[in-house]
Write a protein that binds this ligand. Structure first.
Ligand code: HEM
Length: 403
């Protein structure tokens, strides 16, 4: 019965058999040199075989010891970067978290302040890009799609989106990494969640049957997902000709470099510059993109979420059109996104001029109706993806997806 219902769910995305074949992607060897990393050098270990040696055994032990419910309850009260850890945490967890909450020595506070200026100026675009470019891209990153689908959060995507949106929101706040901000807390908690997933997913027969790896979320996988975030966002902003001063562009990268470190990614894998990021992404992100039955279901759920917030302007066909516009026809096709003659054409023809007018690069005395629609859409989406996560508490899962 359980299998049948899972099959029914997966069938939403299309023909299961055919897709199973499509989802097999060749492993991508890691050839990127640590000379281009924030560390400037490294041991050269292939990150496909590196996970999180500090967090993983610790969280596995918390799960085995039955400590997670108590830990989650205590950590609910830990929300600000500068806040002392709550009393009563197991000593090994406390020691780890005290270590994990330290910013890397290469953190540049001045650049983080500039990153905030950038986030403030570009918040609308960032909200839409995190949601529709990065978010939808995650559904065609096979390892991520499967991990998300078969983990606990896969069963409640609305909740999961809010939790993930919290990270996108927190990193863009003025005090993101400052004592009164929340990004360090979010990163350390996420690091614990990822460690739990590494312990739990291998126990899922469904995940084990579908995934090509024995342990999920390697350091290489982390970088793949990282590129779906800042690298993809910056590539889109550049393609849209949004004017970005060089110092803001570097600062935005810096905030995500610090974010990567705080998520447990080793410095030798974190690109030091946008050109290094682009070259790493070309090696590790572009070749792995592929459809999976799980990713299709997740994409369908994501595209339907807007309608539950605002049945009008964020309807599924419009979100679908935006996805096609941002990620291209190939990915839209993988996700079975239908063509929408009106919105597809509008985006193709009017988005460029819309950005130009918005950025003051093109004077246009009479703003057409479509531009107002775009603007309203940007606002609604940014709100959906960037403000939903504000009161969310990220918790260590104890189970996989309940069937
Ligand atoms: C959980 C962000 C990489 C799979 C989370 C959460 C955040 C997050 C904020 C907590 C939300 C929640 O509990 O639902 C990130 C970021 C990444 C990254 C910023 C890279 C820079 C990955 C990768 C995978 C992955 C590479 C898989 C290949 C998961 C899963 C969960 C999770 C399965 C837990 C879902 C659940 O059961 O609730 N991630 N993640 N993540 N992440 Fe990631």
């Amino acid at each position: 019965m359980e299998k049948i219902s899972r099959r029914n769910i997966l069938a939403v995305g299309g023909a299961l058999g055919a897709l199973g074949a499509l989802s097999v992607t060749a492993p991508v060897p890691w050839t990127w040199s640590a000379a281009g990393s924030v560390a400037g050098a490294g041991a050269g270990t292939d990150p496909r075989w590196v996970w999180d040696p500090e967090a993983d055994p610790l969280v596995a032990s918390l799960l085995d010891r039955g400590d997670v419910p108590r830990v989650n309850e205590l950590l609910r009260t830990w929300t600000k970067n500068g806040q002392p850890l709550p009393a009563g945490l197991p000593a090994d967890l406390r020691d780890f978290m005290e270590q994990a909450r330290q910013l890397p020595p290469w953190t540049n506070q001045g650049m983080l302040a500039t990153a905030y200026q950038f986030n403030e100026k570009r918040g609308l675009y960032l909200g839409v890009l995190y949601g529709l470019a990065s978010g939808m891209m995650s559904t065609v990153i096979p390892k991520e799609a499967r991990a998300v689908y078969y983990s606990k959060g896969g069963a409640d995507m609305k909740d999961r989106i809010s939790k993930t949106a919290k990270l996108g929101y927190d990193i863009g706040t003025r005090n993101a990494f400052a004592p009164d901000g929340e990004m360090i807390v979010t990163c350390v908690k996420t690091r614990l969640v990822h460690a739990a997933v590494r312990h739990l997913l291998p126990q899922s027969p469904e995940w084990s049957g579908a995934a090509p790896e024995d342990i999920p979320i390697s350091q290489a996988d982390m970088m793949v997902t990282w590129h779906s975030l800042p690298t993809t966002v910056m590539q889109k902003l550049t393609a849209w000709k949004v004017p970005i001063p060089a110092n803001e562009s570097t600062a935005f990268l810096h905030s995500w470099q610090v974010g990567a470190h705080m998520l447990g990614i080793k410095d030798e894998y974190i690109p030091a510059s946008w050109s290094e990021a682009d070259s790493q992404a070309k090696q590790v992100l572009d070749p792995v993109l592929a459809p999976t039955p799980e990713g299709k279901v997740l994409a369908d759920i994501l595209l339907s979420l807007g309608a539950t917030i605002d049945a009008g302007i964020l309807s599924k066909p419009i979100l679908g059109s935006f996805t096609r516009f941002m990620l291209g026809d190939k990915i839209a096709g993988w996700l079975d996104i239908p063509r929408d003659p009106v919105w597809d054409t509008l985006l193709r023809t009017a988005w460029g001029p819309f950005i130009a007018v918005r950025e003051g690069l093109l004077p246009l005395p009479l703003v057409p109706q479509a531009y107002w629609l775009f603007d309203e859409f940007l606002r609604k989406l940014a709100l959906l993806f960037l403000s939903e996560g504000q009161t969310i508490s990220i918790e260590i899962p104890q189970i996989n997806r309940p069937s």
